[in-house]
Design a protein. Structure first.
Lengths: 287, 472
């Protein structure tokens, strides 16, 4: 028989490790962040032949730290070159000089390109974005927790749901840090989505266990709930994998990848963390 | 499955009506897309201090007017909170807008050909409003010196119309049989005029060459423009017509008889009103005049904090891609559900209700003129994803708890669904009140989506499933 309590050390260790990873990286300032949260300029050049030397050219001629990457479409063809410049507060003139330099480089090599476009975020805006996003995540979590406590009206089951939702978020952020996935508009939207998604299976499990016990064996309820829960998580992960493969939008891609990571952790936390706490409570005769 | 019985069901009717209404609304209203899906640019400006609603409205009006005067069409200017102004422009490079807003406008008000007052002489510009008896108007106040100058010029120019120029420049227009070669060099070598912008268009009957200077006519050396035109006339063959004029005229207004009488009597007026008339067009003109008078400088200092440009082609691609991702995503979800239940009768209702949900969300967006942008698409994905989860809960509750009454099974399913709905709405509510537009858009779409879900589509799905198992 599936005994979640025996496996409980796994999610506990994962959670502790995640907290350590976040703490170390946060204090060292090494949590990867996108331009939206850090400030800077992104130049996007529609072309099928990226010039990777542009990084060096920009560093030599302008003294900016530039990072280049190419963006591919669904079929794997390169469509754009994206150059990220960390320097915050480029003036319009500086940006134009930069664009002119890139244009001349493309022209001298006879490479075709579309019109260059750009996204600039000032330090003020990125600071505000980071601050407000953190606030949003904290409040979203608090409000969710309050609803859970009101809805279930008993401490241990509510606490179990909230703890596993908390673990989902923390572990996802830690995994993003380790994998180098940037915190950005998209990934923050995804973290907020995850708060809603990850509790769905916990609510289903908790409500069934609390209401059906007595009429049915606990193990049968758990088995049925796992069928339902795995289908729920399975459909969502499938949809997100499709989104990740098909979409060419950075925002939607980062949402998809973060939710996939988050839901994998949610499987761990719903079916081990939440379930073992809940099972101990129910078996202990809790009301 | 009994179709007659199904149609009798109130919940199915509600769903059908909602979907049909949404399709009609979308058909008539269309769906407005955000800059990231439509292409265009967005500039966010921060004011150096927080503004109250009146100040913010004035600032927005000044920005709109200036951008419009400079020929930027389809400009949307909105405030995001008390210190952020967002400008969205269809199709233009944001640099152009920033350049325009970056420098204060030079206001020059002339009577005939003489300057009556400039932005520096204005001590106050009131809000435009309806004056009793005389229609819409904009009150303003001049400094004492400015008012005396105004009176002198008005009298000397015999009360001609008042012309308002913003960023006045000078333009020389030459009509010739062939384009003028080397004019730029002539102007800079012989006259030291280096800031000329020369434009030539050749058409039937000859070429039109325009030479634009940012300098107002009054700042050229006396007689200089005459000498330039004479030189062009003599040194180029085929010049048929040549003239020069001021550019940057934005509005004009006559001097009223009452004011003429006062000024003739030597009574300089510091406070005056520019009136436009009583109709709707006059109201808009008054609004524009107010903005022009104010735009000598923006009322507060602004700083560019974010700018973004999305080419229209890329926006199109996003839309196509999102639709493709949506369809493929739903097909993939359908496959997972089929693998689990091995029953097409369950897959179909889940797909139908899922699609209905998307249509109703878009219908509501169309009614409230909500822009569908990338964050909104994320919200739709969230809502539909939650919807599928809920439908799985309903299905399993119905099939696994056969010993209970169907009513009881639905009650248990809806307890879970309502709890999930409440947590999602609770998690999204705080986002509505914070100053980040992207998160607000996402939160609002998600809330609308999941609420339609629990109110319309989930009950309808429950009826469908009930009908399917009716015989079992």
């Amino acid at each position: 028989m599936f005994e979640p309590k025996k496996l409980l050390p796994i999610p506990v260790v994962v959670l502790l490790l995640s907290l350590v990873v976040i703490y170390i990286n946060a204090s060292a300032g090494t949590i990867p962040m996108g331009v939206d949260l850090k400030g800077g300029t992104v130049l996007i050049i529609p072309t099928t032949q990226p010039i990777f030397e542009l990084e060096e050219i920009i560093a030599n001629d302008f003294g900016y730290h530039a990072k280049s990457r190419s963006i591919r479409d669904f079929a794997g063809e390169v469509k754009q070159q994206e150059i990220t410049i960390d320097t915050v507060g480029l003036s319009n003139q500086e940006e134009r000089a930069l664009k002119d330099r890139i244009i001349s480089e493309f022209e001298s090599r006879n490479i075709e390109r579309g019109e260059i476009f750009s996204e600039t975020v000032s330090g003020f805006f990125s600071d505000m974005f980071l601050r407000e996003s953190l606030k949003a995540v904290v409040f979203a979590f608090l409000f969710m927790a309050i609803v859970i406590f009101i809805k279930f009206r008993s401490f241990v089951p509510s606490f179990a749901v909230v703890v596993s939702a908390f673990a989902d978020i923390v572990e996802t952020i830690a995994a993003m840090t380790v994998l180098g996935i940037e915190l950005s508009k998209g990934s923050i939207v995804a973290l907020l989505l995850l708060i809603g998604y990850s509790v769905d299976t916990d609510i289903m499990l908790t409500s069934r266990l609390l209401k059906q016990r007595g009429r049915k064996g606990i193990d049968e309820i758990i088995k049925n709930s796992m069928y339902t829960g795995f289908t729920m998580t399975g459909t969502t992960i499938t949809a997100m994998i499709v989104l990740l493969l098909v979409s060419t939008s950075d925002l939607l891609d980062s949402i998809a990848i973060v939710i996939i990571i988050g839901l994998v952790f949610d499987l761990l936390n719903t079916w081990i963390t939440n379930l073992s706490l809940l099972k101990m409570y129910v078996e202990g005769g809790g009301k | 499955m009994n179709l007659d019985e199904l149609w009798e069901d109130r919940r199915i009717k509600i769903l059908a009506v909602c979907v049909i209404l949404s399709l009609i609304i979308i058909g008539f209203n269309g769906i407005s897309k955000g800059i990231d899906l439509e292409g265009g640019s967005r500039v966010n400006l921060r004011t150096e201090r927080s503004l109250d609603t009146v100040e913010m409205a004035e600032l927005i009006s000044v920005i709109e007017t200036r951008l419009n005067i400079f020929g930027l069409k389809d400009v949307r200017v909105n405030s995001l909170g008390a210190d952020i102004v967002q400008i969205e422009i269809a199709g233009v490079s944001p640099d152009e807008a920033i350049d325009i807003l970056g420098q204060p406008g030079r206001l020059n008000v002339k009577i005939g050909n003489t300057t009556a007052f400039t932005g520096a002489d204005l001590t106050r510009v009131g809000s435009f409003g309806k004056e009793p008896g005389s229609g819409w108007g904009v009150p303003f106040t001049l400094s004492e010196l400015g008012s005396i100058n105004f009176m002198d010029v008005a009298v000397a120019e015999n009360f001609k119309k008042v012309y308002m120029y913003l960023d006045e420049g000078t333009q020389i227009r030459v009509l010739s049989t062939t384009p003028l070669e080397g004019l730029e060099k002539t102007l800079s070598d012989n006259y030291g005029l280096t800031d000329a912008k020369i434009n030539s268009t050749t058409g039937i009957g000859g070429a039109i060459t325009t030479v634009d200077f940012d300098t107002p006519m009054s700042e050229f050396k006396p007689g200089e423009l005459d000498r330039v035109t004479t030189e062009i006339n003599t040194s180029y063959t085929g010049v048929r017509d040549i003239s020069y004029a001021s550019t940057g005229l934005v509005n004009s207004a006559p001097i009223s008889q009452g004011l003429q009488d006062l000024l003739s009597a030597g009574e300089a007026q510091q406070s005056m009103v520019i009136t436009t008339g009583a109709d709707e067009e006059s109201r808009l003109r008054a609004r524009q005049i107010e903005a022009i008078l104010r735009s000598g400088s923006l009322t507060v200092k602004v700083e560019v904090i974010e700018k973004l440009r999305v080419p229209p082609e890329l926006g199109d691609e996003f839309v196509k891609n999102s639709i493709l991702a949506g369809i493929l995503g739903i097909v993939a979800v359908a496959m997972v559900i089929f693998i689990r239940y091995r029953d097409a009768r369950i897959v179909l209702p889940i797909l139908v209700t899922g699609f209905s949900e998307v249509i109703i969300i878009l219908g509501i967006a169309s009614i409230i003129k909500w822009n569908i942008d990338l964050p909104a698409i994320a919200g739709i994905i969230a809502a539909v994803g939650t919807g599928v989860d809920d439908q799985i809960v309903i299905t399993d509750e119905v099939f696994m708890e056969k010993e209970k009454s169907i009513r009881h099974r639905m009650k248990s399913a809806f307890f879970i669904i309502m709890a999930a709905w409440m947590t999602t709405v609770a998690a999204m509510l705080p986002l509505l009140s914070i100053g980040l537009q992207i998160l607000r858009g996402f939160a609002l779409t998600t809330i609308i989506g999941v609420t339609i879900g629990v109110a319309v589509t989930r009950p309808a799905y429950a009826s469908l499933i009930r009908n399917i198992i009716g015989g079992e």
